[in-house]
Design a protein around this ligand. Sequence first.
Ligand code: MCN
Length: 805
Amino acid sequence: MTETVQAPTEAQRYVGGGVLRKEDPELITGQAQFIDDIVLAGMVWIAIVRSPYAHARVTSVDVTRAREAEGVVAAFSGADLKDDWAGALPCAWPIQTMSFPTPTDEDARMPNHWPLATDKVRFAGDGVAVVVADSRAAAKDALQLVDVEYEPLELVLELEEALAEGAPVIHEEFGDNKAYRWGLGDADATQKLFDDAPVTIKETYWHPRLIPNAIEPRGVVVQPSPAMGEYTLWSATQIPHILKIMIALTLGIPETKLRVIAPDVGGGFGSKLNVYAEEAIAVAIARRLGKPVKWIEERSENYLATIHGRGVLQEMELAASEEGKVTAVRARLTADFGAYYQLVTPGIPLLGAFLYGGVYDIQGYFFECTGVFTNKTPTDAYRGAGRPEATYAIERAMDALARHVGKDPAEIRRLNFIPPFDETHEIAAGLALDSGNFEGTLDKALERADYEGLRREQEERRQRGDTKQLGIGLSSYIEMCGLAPSQVLAALKYGGGGWDAATVRCHPTGKVTVVTGSSPHGQGHVTTWAQIAADELGVPFEDVEVLHGDTAVSPLGMDTYGSRSLAVGGIALWNAAQKIREKAKVIAAHELEVAAEDLEWEGGAFHVKGVPDKTKTIPEIAFSAWTAHNLPEGVEPGLEEAHVYDPPNFTFPAGTHVCAVEVDTETGKVDVLKYVAVDDCGNVINPMIVDGQVHGGVAQGIAEALYEEAIYDEQGQLMSSSMHSYRVPSAAELPSFVTDRTTTPSTTNPMGVKGVGEAGTIAAPPAVVNAVIDALAPLGVTDIGMPTTPERVWRAIADAKGGTS
Ligand code: MCN
């Protein structure tokens, strides 16, 4: 696991430089091909009849009237399609209750999730029938002609009521609504540390349900080839490779007969890391009718039928000494899984399970999570997935501890940081961190934020009794990304591997094709992969073409999520490029009539040691390898290499974010005045892309802290069901972010890189909420729930004042 880390050298012309994104000209001139741009001859449209009830028995579904409507080609109920499925929709992470030193439940419960419900509906939006028509409008109009009779059932929406004795049961076969209970750590040893601690902190935090808002909603197009029994499925997905396997299994189609293409995809943020009912239904209809089928999600459907994120209740405890040195952390979660499992629903809490101790040097650790079914849209991965929850809990609790022992939030963090390390460091939760310098990120963030200046201004406002108070919030985070070593995934009961693949093809004309198993949907892999290949092969950046997202072109891959692509897929590419260099070196030595050991790679070419002008470049060798006129004995023609990389460990990016807010104590309005993000993602391939990733992530994190929340009424209807009522912030609500970096190369991989795709979303919520509480601490406010809307802030002030304001 200790490969030598290569920091970018001067000879590397592209890595580390702010190369402009190759993919942008196409995207910003309207030439990209998104799913809705795909139009096939003879194509029919589908639309889904969705339940208006959150919990009801389906007593009858009659599609007769819909079938007779103008433009309608067919209509099917869930029962009509029952035999089309070889299996239910997949859940790839069937968590079993694991043994740990407290009582355990039986194995995890795996409810069947059929593409269309037949017996009962379990959330408002659950599909019950599908209409097929020759236009989108005709399909949509005919939805009203499907006659469905429901027998409404009592419903459960809140976690506590779902777990209560005698609660209505969503999946009756299980007898109650508990999905699983899973734990980590030594409960007794941790309890002892709590018993011995002079200071303990116990806080409760709620992570609201969030609705992912990719700029492009989901969509599917299926082209069947009935004579061959073959299907091409285009989907606005993050995971074409995983989708292919899962659709093959759900529909009983041989995997060899299915090709999945992710065209240009307008963002996903985790919500397109899934296998959705509509994907399976579209293939089923294409198979039945032998016609191309299309479905495009509407934004309001996106709110109901695409997964939600978070929805987690946390009980967070710290044990500490009198001066605030933390000895133990205990976190207990209750997670709202919604009505069904989607692809990785049960695994989301586990992605944070190891990180509730944050960047702090603690001895005792205990985590447990209870997953709960409710009559709401299923939850699953949303940017950060499990890690924002962990970071929020520990960073809020550290501020609570600082207030308790009378220390500055920066001081309490310094007292507790794991000291800098550049070799593996094991933490109490059992992870082996790759490298870290947490205090380094704090120092830089405080300096960039002018922390002392901010504290001075805060004091002045307090002295003056200003109605607008200043608050300063810190968040020092760590995440595990680069998902993941396959063996670790096995231990966590995940159904797939964590490797990724790349192929490098050097063409005789000197051009290079990189085929990657990652599937970017906004992250810029076409650019950063080209930077890596250009430097490793000594070719111009412009000469590298990166292909992705089509299982016929890149058959091997594990796709893009968990900030894994660079640390896994990028390293696969790096390794494939090394294999090219190894083969090229043998050919170069042969042509230059020297031993391979006499060659050195310098400035993007092979040189004979001591004879600098005797050189061979990769494009020259690619041509020789193609003509094959003069190859050394045993060397095959052509210059193409592939590599599949399974990482030995996660990578652990970290950082400190500082947020300064102004809180209007009369109205409760919060304005973010300053936001400084200092992130450490190891060596950086493209600083501009990294900054962009941080910007987007921080915006989403601030949105969670201040604005966004899925709200249901007591009948289980989503009230925040459009962009009018679900508050996605725009640039106008956000300050200009200051981004900076420290560099602690990862020791896990040869490029020393760590992921960055989720850093901002993970770090921002506690930085913002800590700032809001910090502003109001002199008024006695110690807690405000997310999102900290003006109303919540105003009420917190009123409560602290004893109910008057
Ligand atoms: N990078 C770099 N140097 C580093 C780390 C990363 O130059 N040290 C570059 C990478 O080469 C890549 C980008 O930054 O071009 C992100 O890399 P990485 O951290 O490996 O993350 P992934 O590519 O695996 O992206 C997944 C991550 C996740 S999990 C979510 S959710 C998310 C995100 O990326 N969703 C996004 N960023 C998004 N950005 C956009 N525009 N749209 C989404 O849906």
